[in-house]
Design a protein around this ligand. Structure first.
Ligand code: ARG
Length: 472
């Protein structure tokens, strides 16, 4: 619908109606406080509360008359309240501006969705840990420059992503912290002449802190930038994971087979199993980066305090959380349901010159300086490559031509012994990887215990519910 016969240039209702629940909760808390503080009388407050409850029902049953003439979600709800309860509705906006109102709505939105994001991040972590535990002993090549480098445990490789995702979780806890500030009472920007009880409003809405500067409160959006940057980094991690799943499921690697649920066929080539979910996750990373740059750019030239430019924060934020949640869910599903081709992975780990570093270390143990040992093994590897054989195919006599220091015990070096030798904290040896698995499980428990103290049991049980519902 067009606005006042002009255009709908300023209208945001198409997307900001999504904030209705936060807006109504904010109004309920505000009105309650106004009546407790004696600013409006109790029976009027009750009328307003009843009207707001009715409006929520209308919205949730798709009966609410959204109207673009009233621009945004705040005005739509207030106009409708006036239709329902008459002039009393006008008292709701006492000591409030749309500026502090929208700042509140966005903070409630971010707290809500960040909770969900955390649940999804933990689900994916759990899916990865689960494979690390059940397929713990599978060896595979570790890569640098996408060239086979040294054998590692598959579980060690997957736990690298667990580390990344755990840092993502920490960043999202930080997003929760920065959005956990209640801005009502800031008014348009200077504060309010009414005797407001801001702490009461904060308490009702579950905020731990109230804003300390009214001008900052209505014009700051850095809590949204925290969300967008944490999301961009998380998407970068998901994109890298997906890139590996795509490579691993190709015929060239054949390390995994993706579940049918996450692949699609080609309309022309009947043999195809295209990894579309992984590709779309990788592709959507660009959108999320774009949203971050979009809001950073919107913000950079704004004088204090509120400017209408700030309305442009919403679509970037909504699109980001929807994209991220969808991608986290897809990744957890892909990881939990993929088939691992143990033979291909182990075979690749045992082939070629993956043990070259171990061979060099062997010569070092026999007294050769490392640089010299490196030269010797690199000549052997070159020969292996030109003759198309593996390092382990060389007979002792052949090896002795390169260095007299070789002996029978060189043949005790295998992919498994190479892995077991990396028995340093953070290394790929089995017992180190087991320790890492235990540590990562404990870390989640600790993070949730701490969150319970800060944000209460409800938030934690929501996270746990998401975790368990998405673990397949
Ligand atoms: N729809 C507006 C926004 O999203 C609400 C605040 C409007 N404030 C104003 N002074 N025009 O930012």
């Amino acid at each position: 619908m067009m606005k006042k016969g002009k255009s709908n240039f300023t209208v945001s209702i198409r997307y900001d109606k999504r904030l209705y629940d936060y807006d109504i909760r904010g109004s309920l808390a505000h009105v309650h406080m106004l009546s407790k503080a004696g600013i409006i009388n109790e029976s009027d407050a009750n009328e307003i509360k009843k009207g707001l409850d009715l409006i929520r029902k209308e919205i949730e049953s798709d009966k609410f008359p959204w109207n673009a003439d009233f621009e945004d979600v705040h005005m739509n709800i207030e106009k409708r309240l006036t239709e329902i309860i008459g002039d009393i509705a006008g008292q709701m906006h006492t000591a409030r501006s749309r500026n502090d109102q929208v700042a509140l709505d966005m903070r409630l939105f971010v707290k809500d969705y960040t909770t969900e994001i955390l649940g999804e991040v933990y689900s994916l972590i759990n899916a990865l840990i689960n494979i690390a535990e059940t397929k713990g002993k599978i060896a595979m090549p570790g890569y640098t420059h996408l060239q086979r480098g040294q054998p590692v445990l598959l579980s060690h490789h997957l736990l690298a992503y667990v580390e990344m995702l755990n840092r993502d979780a920490e960043r999202f806890w930080q997003v929760l912290h920065s959005s956990d500030v209640m801005p009502l009472g800031s008014g348009a920007m200077a504060g309010s002449p009414y005797p407001l009880d801001r702490e009461l409003v904060a308490k009702q809405l579950g905020f731990n802190r109230i804003s300390r500067n009214s001008m900052d409160a209505v014009s700051d959006r850095d809590f949204l930038l925290d969300l967008l940057s944490a999301s961009s980094i998380a998407m970068m991690h998901l994109s890298r994971l997906c890139e590996e799943l795509i490579l691993w499921s190709s015929d060239e690697f054949a390390f995994i087979k993706m579940s049918d649920e996450y692949t699609t066929g080609s309309s022309m080539m009947p043999q195809k199993r295209n990894p579309d979910y992984a590709e779309l996750t990788r592709g959507r990373t660009g959108r999320v980066y774009g949203n971050l740059i979009s809001l950073l750019t919107t913000m950079k030239g704004l004088p204090l305090t509120y400017n209408r430019d700030l309305q442009e924060d919403k679509e970037a934020v909504f699109d980001t959380v929807d994209t991220l949640i969808g991608c986290l869910d897809a990744c957890a599903g892909m990881v939990s349901n993929m088939e691992i081709n143990e033979t291909a992975m182990q075979g690749a780990a045992a082939k070629g010159a993956l043990l070259a570093t171990d061979y060099a270390d062997y010569l070092v143990s026999k007294g050769l300086p490392f640089r010299k040992a490196h030269q010797v093994i690199s000549s052997i590897s070159e020969r292996a490559l030109s003759e198309n054989v593996d390092l382990k195919d060389f007979k002792l006599a052949d090896l002795k031509k390169f260095s007299e220091l070789f002996d029978e015990d060189i043949f005790s070096i295998t992919a498994e012994s190479s892995i077991e030798a990396r028995d340093v904290f953070g290394g790929t040896a089995k017992n180190r990887v087991n320790d890492a698995i235990e540590y990562n499980k404990l870390r989640i428990t600790q993070q949730l215990d701490q969150a319970e103290k800060l944000y209460g049991p409800e938030l934690v049980s929501r996270i746990n519910k998401i975790q368990s519902s998405t673990s397949r």
